[in-house]
Design a protein around this ligand. Sequence first.
Ligand code: PEP
Ligand code: MG
Length: 576
Amino acid sequence: MNTMTGLPASPGIAIGPLWVYRPVALDVAARVVADVATEWGRVETAVSVAQSQLATLYDRALAEVGAEEAAIFEAHQLFLEDPSLLEMIQASVEGESINAEMAAYQAAESYAEMLEAMDDPYFQARAADIRDVGRRLVACLLGVSLDSAAMPTQPVVVIAEDLTPSDTVGFDKEKVLGLCTVHGGPTSHTAILARSLGIPAAVSVPLRLHQLVEGEMAVLNGRSGTLILNPDPDTLAAAQAEQQSWLALRSAELAEAQAPAITTDGHQVEVVANVGSVADAEMALAYGAEGVGLFRTEFLYLDRETLPSEAEQIAGYKGVFAAIDEGGKEKRPLVVRTLDIGGDKEVPYLGFHDEQNPFLGWRAIRMMDERPDVVLTQFRALLQAGVGHDLRIMVPMVSNLDEVRRTKGLLAEARQQLVAEGKPVAESVQFGIMVEVPSAAILAHHIAAEVDFFSIGTNDLTQYTLAVDRTNERVAKLASPFHPAVLHLIKMTIDAAHAQGKWVGVCGEFAGEPAALPLLLGLGLDEFSMAATAVPTIKRLIRQFSLPQCRDIAAHALRLPTTEMVAAYLRGQVGE
Ligand code: PEP
Ligand code: MG
């Protein structure tokens, strides 16, 4: 028996023979070309072939997996239209006489490396997408089909170095019991796919593929991120029992996902989702989300040369409203976070400089003084798109009251401009801030009077309170929101808001953590916003507790002095 632990990517237990996925090998050799015009013509032809392959994959993914997966191929088509990628290839071919295959490979690789260097795990994960597009382009140039890789013929636990979107869409989903990769993080494509299919997955599992024995029995636990090879009979029996109870629990959760989450003593709790696109929003509703508690707007600004226009932004926001309001049937809340971008992300047109500490630098709302136009345009677009909807605007990275006042000033200015121009303006728009910098939590009693709500960003609040870089794997163990100091800041924030009659949500990962549920409910949290797939689990858990019970649990947890004690106590209260 051999046990390896990586990172959990999608909950559940898979048991079956292991099968190693080996992608089609592409042999890219460098050549010097004489006729650069013909060579560039080859690239243009390959781009259009790749585009039509991606259109086919889009249709297939939409039919077999769903909108979120299909959207990945739409994004790939956009990558292939990206002028900066094509210009890089063209410069190599025409300027340096490099052959098309090598030029395409190098351009995709350097683009991917740029994304990997960003601090945000979401953009790091997009590096895999750009590599996938690069491979497709190279395959088209070489005349090789990417679909010719061997596929499983019976249900298996798939093990791979890494999986690209193109790889995974080729699988017969009936034959995939679980997914396990050597690379990738919890926001990697493998993880997204596994969660949308509801199959167990683990990523970053330290494996050497050439040492694996095909067909050997594997037990994959997507909650703990563990892979057991060749389990002994007791371990196998325990895993089978665990799998049965997980399957029963998940189907019970999904069956009740659309019902409200009401505690045993009758309090309804708002459970909403974090989204970054229209496809995410549709997915969130399917999992029972009652609206959106965090819409990350960064995607509107990335992979482009200029700021998105007001009209483009209005269209983007209206798309999300249409998805969550189901074409006007409902009026669900949409909490839109204004641009949260910083020195860690390359947005050349915004004038970022290299920074030693991008997480502590010129980012998010801090750009307001130098670039009020960026914030003002976003507010103008939001106020117009929000007409007739439940719009709530939220500002990230606030660290003092002055920032709140100046941001509100800009929002008022946007409103006045629109009124003067005779344009439609959303009326009752809530204005709130993310509490993710410790100073905002400490000053919450002052800030609460001037906002409509707080949403606690526990990912950054943990990073800044504990001085742990959230992207540094070596200190990852220290970055726990169960740390007593983080708990006290959460309590201060909720108490300060409630003292002024304002509502408070959590939109960091902590909101979707089952063990945190009774604690946060006991502290009085009003809204829980999380990854879509966590919604059914959290809703079901809410239905198992009463508020007085949760208050007792929270009071006890707050008296504990260490992270380990808090986590162990809370896990004990929730059980498996
Ligand atoms: C957070 O910091 O908790 C949060 C929700 O924002 P992000 O993860 O996008 O920084
Ligand atoms: Mg944050």
